[in-house]
Design a protein around this ligand. Structure first.
Ligand code: HEM
Length: 153
């Protein structure tokens, strides 16, 4: 067999290292599914929102604020909350509601109300068997809205 020489050997070495690096990167160009997809798409999110609103209504602290809404406002509210989550988790929806500040202005919400709402959402995500890491991402998204929602500190 012909000898490769120094440059030939160097090329072989670089080619081997390159192939090893590609293999260790998985060599898979498929992007990871978005949080939106992992939540089951718009339908999965709607299921979480249904459970969330049911939990919120049953909560002694925040239930009254939701119960005081006229019946014909509950459907659009659920749609808006689901669109909001969809849009903010990489989904193809566009949220058509008011800003978080505008929609909660005047409700006089305290940090304890916000915590009760978070608990209702966490329970809803658990009831839909959302994976722990995905649940954490949704809860982080909601936590980032606190300053716009809580009025009384
Ligand atoms: C946990 C974080 C929260 C998120 C992500 C959230 C999200 C939303 C969204 C998207 C809307 C719809 C706005 C619209 O339709 O224009 C809304 C409205 C509303 N939220 Fe929240 N909310 C949160 C916390 C709370 C809390 C703690 C309460 C306490 C009771 C509350 C009570 C309400 C009520 C009563 C409305 C309807 C307001 C109206 O249409 O007059 N929310 N919320």
């Amino acid at each position: 067999m012909r000898r490769l020489g120094v440059w030939g050997s160097l090329l072989m070495l670089l080619a081997t290292l390159g192939l090893t690096a590609c293999a260790s990167m998985g060599g898979d160009a498929t992007p990871a599914p978005s949080l939106y997809k992992r939540l089951g798409g718009r339908e999965g999110i709607a299921g979480v929102v249904d459970a969330f609103v049911a939990n919120a209504l049953a909560d002694a602290r925040i239930g009254p604020a939701f119960k005081s809404l006229p019946a014909d406002k509950v459907g659009p509210l659920k749609t808006n909350i689901a669109d909001f989550i969809c849009e903010n988790t990489g989904g193809p929806c566009s949220y058509g509601g008011r800003t978080m500040k505008d929609s909660h202005r005047g409700l006089g919400l305290e940090k304890a109300d916000f915590d009760a709402c978070n608990a209702a959402l966490a329970k809803a995500l658990d009831s839909k068997n959302v994976a722990a890491a995905d649940k954490e991402q949704v809860m982080k998204l909601v936590a980032s809205l606190m300053n716009d929602i809580v009025e009384k500190r």
